[in-house]
Design a protein around this ligand. Sequence first.
Ligand code: PLP
Length: 460
Amino acid sequence: MPHATQSLAAKDIAYTLHPYTDLVVHEQSGPLIITRGQGIYLWDSEDKQYIDGFAGLWCTALGFSEKRLIEAATRQLATLPFSHTFAHRSTIPVIELAERLIRMAPEPMTKVYFVNSGSEAVDTAMKLVWYYNNALGRPQKKKIISRKRAYHGVTIAAGSLTALPFVQNDFDLPIGRVLHTDTPHYYRHAEPGESEEAFSARLAASLEQLIEQEGSDTVAAFIAEPVMGAGGLIVPPRGYFEKVQEVLRRHDVLMIADEVICGFGRTGNMWGSQTYNVCPDMITCAKQLSSAYVPIGAVMISDDIYQALREQSHKHGVFGTGNTYGGHPVAAAVALETLKIYEERDIVGYVRRVAPHFQERLKALGQHPLVGDSRAAGLLGGIELVADKGSKQSFAMQAKAATQVVTAALRQGLIVRQLPGDAVGICPPLIIAEKEIDDLFDRLGRALDEAHKALASAAA
Ligand SMILES: Cc1ncc(COP(=O)(O)O)c(C=O)c1O
């Protein structure tokens, strides 16, 4: 290892506490230090090149060298580096971004509240649901239902809605008033011979049973990612959201669409909600909102919700919530430019043009002996690894099958991410070209071969 990298690695080990990392292993392995990016490519401190097949963390839609975003940030920094949105203040980028977002959003959305991350957006959505029901004089109607294996972030409320043990263990989560219903994972949980529609109907019935058990006067909202991302790349079965929303309407339960991954073209529509017929009362978004060049997230709400909030805030004399950096003018300026680029370059149309090729290459991986299932929506893909394809038997935990694939992929110059349930997620920047898609899948194929050999020799 060159001296400069060695010295940086030593400092990283000495001073940095890394999220989603085994801290003991990190002391030995040290970091992979990424130093620069261009298009869909990244380079590390030893000048090794990688295809970023995960768009950072499902977020760098426009790749790593979009000059217009750099210029938008620089212009705003030079004009007004900070001003807030508390107590009637506003800025030009915030006003323009809010207008543009509402114009793009599904029908009932009328107002936007800006935050700095997906987790903050989800926490805020939860607070707004509670405030809304207090405003309506329904102080009991407060429980929020999420789904097992959902990922909604890590802050105390969002981390409670997230239903993955490694996010909650020893952090004393979840908090109260959070419930979890079934994962819509057809490959794993459908009964033999059950159609996707019948599976969806069964899950909707189970949701209804949960609401009735708890009492619908206590259940306020249901939150869902259109495609479940960090829980294992789980695409909803046919009819799922239609059936679920019939139940929600019957029990007067709000629908929150968590569009933090799916928003802004990822699934081949501007919103994942459009791809899967979700009619949300609230939307949370972040990540691709600024192509991740600066941190920004948002919560959008319907007019019905807004009407209740306005009355209640007037009663108190203040809408008593706010983040110093919510609606930061530099973040707003970059997000605004990002949305202009999406529109001018017809990013949704582009995703629709290249997604069939992406999905064809993904599906072909289904032939590989390690791959039990492959799932995709737009430019979002996942494979689930199995020890035995016929019986769908999983690998033992200790085999760390998905980690082996991801590590082999790194050796091949490809970044993908292991997800729960021995899944591997693929989520390239939306600007990826067809021949780059081929390069990505060629590298992933070689990584699967390498991991297959290693797993077979470990089992022998
Ligand atoms: C669907 C979803 N919601 C919320 C979050 C949390 O976002 P953040 O990491 O910006 O807090 C994520 C992060 O991956 C996500 O995938």
